[in-house]
Design a protein around this ligand. Structure first.
Ligand SMILES: [Zn+2]
Ligand SMILES: [Zn+2]
Length: 139
């Protein structure tokens, strides 16, 4: 099957956007500073813009770390639901890969033309980022 340059171009663009979703960046719109996971409390803040960030689900919780403290006990992805108990980076990473996978699946379903979905998937599954982290996207 031969694809038009426009098709290939948009497959590449979607794949790049999706790869960007795999990194742990500040979730505040317009910041996206890269984020270093810290051991311990899931409530943290961006060193660049002071956004409150949940380390379980990587959402922007509002201004400052206190906003993240308010979010964490009720976070749907927390494995310490209802508490502020500490968690290790590796445990939070496992959860974040689940979050990332769900966001990517949602992106492909809602933002990628149905005719291009399998092409985008194919491209991603061959990508080292996905292979290394063992992320398998199922639509
Ligand atoms: Zn930030
Ligand atoms: Zn959360």
């Amino acid at each position: 099957m031969i694809y038009s340059p426009a098709t290939i171009n948009s497959v590449v663009k979607h794949a790049e956007t999706i790869k960007g979703m795999c990194s742990y960046n500040c979730p505040r719109p317009g910041c996206s500073a890269s984020f270093t996971a810290v051991n311990g409390c899931a409530a943290t803040s961006c060193p660049t813009c002071n956004a409150g960030v949940c380390q379980w689900c990587l959402v922007f919780c509002g201004e400052g770390r206190q906003a993240a403290y308010n979010h964490v006990p009720g976070c749907g992805y927390s494995r310490r639901r209802g508490t502020q108990e500490a968690a290790s980076i590796s445990e939070m990473n496992v959860v974040r890969d689940i979050v990332v996978k769900a966001r990517i699946e949602d992106y492909i379903r809602t933002k990628v033309d149905i005719k291009l979905q399998s092409l985008v998937l194919e491209r991603l599954q061959r990508d080292p980022i996905f292979q290394k982290r063992g992320i398998v996207i199922i639509l």
